[in-house]
Design a protein around this ligand. Structure first.
Ligand code: SF4
Length: 338
């Protein structure tokens, strides 16, 4: 009985398969990877995923998998609080909703009612939509915003699918943002300079306390080092900057540590931004994390987005910029203007 209960509550004990998702090659591939999971047919994923009164924190302990078909279209215009790195056409797309990691400040817990992972299996439809866009304009596409696609590659294979697709599209620049140290498939590919591997780093103490399940700082830096040596384009993201009590010494230590391993000329650029979140998401995030000191900060609201008071954000950004220009050119630094 106890065993039975434990099994039912273990991660991926159940894979829910939407009626329409049956028969897609990716559905079959994922099901074959988890022969021990119970397969539960469902009518429409939103009936399960968007149900009210779910317990996000409880589900996060043992997330289940939902295979679904994305019907709304794949491309969405980049949000105003996101950096576009000089690209005219900046879009993002989600092949997966939710993440294996569990960062205390993650906006996803303010977005979704459920912590279960949704994988959209009709990836070919997404490729078709992107190709249609590329027939009239070049595109800068972020594929890992509502998840960590690299961390999930062993489960879905989707980071690799996107990589292979991007190889065939010269007008497409892809950003894959990650905290994973799992280079896996990248070790056996020819490097594509227009596929930007963007690692988010935080001070080691922040990772230990607030980024549960993510690889430690040293492993992330080692993965970045290896990716550069393999010929990939690598971006450093110090975003979100988090206002912790010893902010200056922690971030200085982080920057010095990073550039003791990697020369500034070896990376494409650095993206820097203070923590920011939409008003609606913050409300729900706080409900899910009532005791998190980071997100209980008395943020200020500007244009529907909460962040640190402008003078505090400016001081944080200015401090980090000063440290960075010892290692990279000014033109390599992208600061969020929020
Ligand atoms: S890695 Fe990113 S998407 Fe995943 S939990 Fe952390 S902040 Fe959220």
């Amino acid at each position: 009985m106890n065993f039975e209960k434990k099994w039912r509550n273990s991660p991926l004990a159940r894979i829910y398969v939407e009626e329409e998702a049956k028969g897609y090659p990716l559905t079959e591939e994922i099901l074959a990877r988890f022969p021990g999971s119970a397969v539960v047919p469902i009518r429409a994923y939103k009936e399960l995923f968007s149900r009210k009164r779910q317990n996000f924190r409880l589900q996060k302990k043992a997330p289940q998998l939902i295979l679904a078909v994305k019907k709304e279209g794949f491309l969405s215009p980049g949000a105003k609080v996101c950096e576009r790195f000089g690209h005219k056409h900046f879009y993002y797309g989600s092949s997966v909703l939710n993440c294996l990691f569990d960062c205390a400040y993650c906006y996803l817990q303010g977005v979704y009612d459920s912590a279960n992972l949704v994988v959209f299996v009709n990836v070919e439809d997404a490729f078709r939509e992107v190709s249609a866009f590329l027939s009239h304009d070049p595109l800068y596409l972020c594929i890992s915003y509502d998840t960590d696609l690299l961390a999930l590659n062993g489960l879905t294979g989707l980071a690799e699918r996107w990589y292979d697709y991007a190889q065939e599209e010269p007008d497409l620049t892809v950003e894959l943002r990650t905290k994973s140290a799992n280079l896996g498939f990248l070790r056996k590919k020819n490097e594509n300079k227009a596929f930007v591997l963007a690692w988010t780093l935080s001070p080691a103490d922040v990772i230990g306390e607030y980024e549960k399940g993510t690889p430690p700082l040293e492993k992330r830096i080692a993965a970045m080092r290896e990716a550069i040596d393999l010929g990939y384009t690598v971006r450093l993201c110090l975003d979100p900057l988090l206002r912790i009590p010893d902010f200056e010494s922690q971030y200085e230590k982080l920057i010095d540590r990073f550039f003791s391993e990697i020369n500034g000329r070896e990376i494409l650029d650095v993206s820097v931004g203070a923590f920011r979140i939409s008003a609606e998401y913050l409300k729900r995030l706080r409900k899910n994390r009532p005791a998190c000191a980071l997100t209980l900060y008395p943020f200020q609201l500007r244009d529907g987005v909460y962040s640190y008071p402008p003078e505090k954000s400016a001081a944080m950004l200015c401090f980090v910029r000063e440290k960075l220009i010892r290692y990279v050119r000014e033109s390599q630094i992208y600061m969020s203007d929020f």
